[in-house]
Design a protein around this ligand. Structure first.
Ligand SMILES: Cc1cc2nc3c(=O)[nH]c(=O)nc-3n(C[C@H](O)[C@H](O)[C@H](O)COP(=O)(O)OP(=O)(O)OC[C@H]3O[C@@H](n4cnc5c(N)ncnc54)[C@H](O)[C@@H]3O)c2cc1C
Length: 451
């Protein structure tokens, strides 16, 4: 198995010690291991939100014969271990860059799809009665430095002006009162779209709803080999699946030796989370922390955080390019200091959990969606630039539509998503490119602080 990080990151047999793993129970009995030789029309590889959404919509909307193979238990990877923000957009390109590259119509279509993803996620939760601590009325982007306030204001104005998304600029003094106080709070944009949730609890409900809809989901069934003799044959440790179509939904855990079309196209980036112990109302008052909406700040290497319904603080950021146990320990220490730097009055609040997982960035900084030029029966969707919760469910739905409704392979998804992402030159150097990017971004963030 060809992977970039330390083997600890790809240990599919061991659940990580996340807060979500501890508080959310996924009954794996409904997702038995694949044993023996079987066949179906569509096989989905990967049981995160992309894969589950594809299988869900195939089974529910088209009554299709679909099976899903997941390497670990359900909830193993990023979908079960993320921060639970449902926000936008799934790109690192600015609005101007998107318009320049794809034109205004396709950019509008992209933002409309991002909102559609938010609404779809909310309706999947409601329609399937999934209890996943859904909370909040939108998203907040906080200016972490006085020099970032104008840029953030402009971002909010552009979302409103170009895409009709309701936003509001909240000046620092007002945010001190209604949001929170911190050393890195210089006003915030409120975007009236999105919410927060417990992603593992959602995954549990979503996977169960997918089985109820008629799909067969298999845990602990890693695809080790992919043969193509007319049909596709996917081979796992104890079984095989022969099928007409394959959906690759493995994102940051992709085994690049499985199908060479996907090699050297993604940059998996480690994202890390810490969660505090439960805090009292008086302790929240020490930072005047009131909002339950999820927050990202304007750092190059952004901090994301939220007050959870369980009265803990969740705080996340990117970093570490090794993935071994030693670097995990180091990262936990760095993040504890970062958290306390932003919220100094919580200096003695214990951190109870630390974990991490991969998000995927692409060279062109937009998601990749479609089917392969040289084998139209292989479909894919990946590279959500850390905004996967709304985008995965949307793309999964669109993959199902593409498979069942479009003979030509055409789809009405925005061009921003379409096609494989470009190959990365000297792909084996990806972590070195990432190290340079992180070093540069850290430098930019630090030099801003010294102004
Ligand atoms: C710490 C962290 C915080 C994040 N926070 C947020 C957030 O707040 N909001 C947000 O929108 N996004 C967030 N993200 C990103 C988001 O989690 C991802 O974009 C999204 O979950 C991707 O879903 P996926 O289904 O494509 O991939 P995954 O959820 O990673 O699922 C891929 C699956 O493929 C399986 N797999 C791999 N190889 C094989 C194989 N050979 N055979 C079978 N199965 C295989 C893996 O086991 C895995 O379960 C965060 C990510 C991380 C790591």
């Amino acid at each position: 198995m060809k992977q970039l990080y330390d083997k600890a990151i790809y240990d599919f047999s061991t659940p990580i010690k996340s807060y979500w793993e501890e508080v959310s129970h996924v009954d794996q009995a409904r997702f038995p291991k694949l044993v023996g030789d079987h066949s179906c029309d569509v096989c989905v590889i990967g049981g995160g939100f992309t894969g589950i959404s594809t299988a869900y919509h195939i089974a529910k909307k088209y009554g299709g014969d679909v099976r899903l193979l997941e390497a670990g238990h359900f909830g193993f990877a990023s979908s079960g271990r993320n921060a639970g923000f449902c926000c936008l957009p799934a790109t690192k390109l600015s609005i101007n860059q998107l318009i320049k590259k794809f034109g205004m119509d396709e950019t509008k279509k992209f933002f409309a799809s991002q909102i559609e993803g938010v609404d779809l996620l909310a309706s999947l939760i409601a329609d399937n009665n999934i209890e996943c601590e859904k909370i909040g009325t939108g998203n907040l982007d906080v200016a972490h430095h006085p020099s970032s306030s104008e840029e953030m204001k402009e971002w909010g104005n552009d979302l409103q002006k170009y895409f009709g998304i309701n936003t509001k600029w909240i000046p620092k003094e007002e945010f001190d009162e209604i949001g929170h106080q911190s050393t890195e709070q210089f006003g915030a944009v409120f975007t009236e779209a999105g919410f927060a949730m417990n992603p593992m609890a959602f995954l549990n409900g979503f996977a169960n709803a997918t089985v109820d809809a008629g799909a067969q989901l298999h845990s602990h069934s890693r695809v080790k080999k992919w043969e193509r003799n007319g049909k596709h044959k996917l081979i796992t440790e104890e079984g095989s699946l022969t099928c007409d179509k394959v959906v690759v939904a493995t994102n940051g855990y992709t085994d690049e030796s499985l199908h060479l079309s996907f090699a050297n196209r993604m940059v998996p980036v480690l994202s890390n989370i810490i969660v505090t112990r439960e805090m009292s109302e008086d302790e929240f008052k020490m930072q005047n922390y009131k909002t339950l909406n999820p927050i990202c700040n304007s750092r190059e290497i952004l901090y994301y955080y939220r007050r959870m319904p369980s009265n803990r603080m969740l705080f996340g950021t990117r970093g570490d390019t090794f993935g071994d146990e030693k670097s995990a320990l180091k990262m936990r220490g760095i993040m504890t200091n970062q958290f306390r730097g932003v919220f100094p009055n919580w200096n003695d609040i214990d951190i109870e959990y630390y974990w991490r997982g991969t998000v995927v960035m692409n060279r062109d900084l937009v998601p990749a969606f479609g089917n392969l030029e040289n084998d139209k029966s292989v479909f894919f969707s990946y590279g959500y630039h850390a905004n996967g919760n709304n985008t995965t469910v949307y793309c999964g739905k669109k993959l199902a539509e593409m498979i069942y409704e479009s003979n030509s392979g055409e789809t009405n998804i925005s061009k921003v998503y379409q096609g494989l992402s470009p190959k990365i030159p000297f792909g084996f150097l990806r972590l070195w490119y990432l190290r340079i990017y992180l070093w540069y971004s850290n430098f930019t963030d630090k030099s801003k602080k010294e102004i």
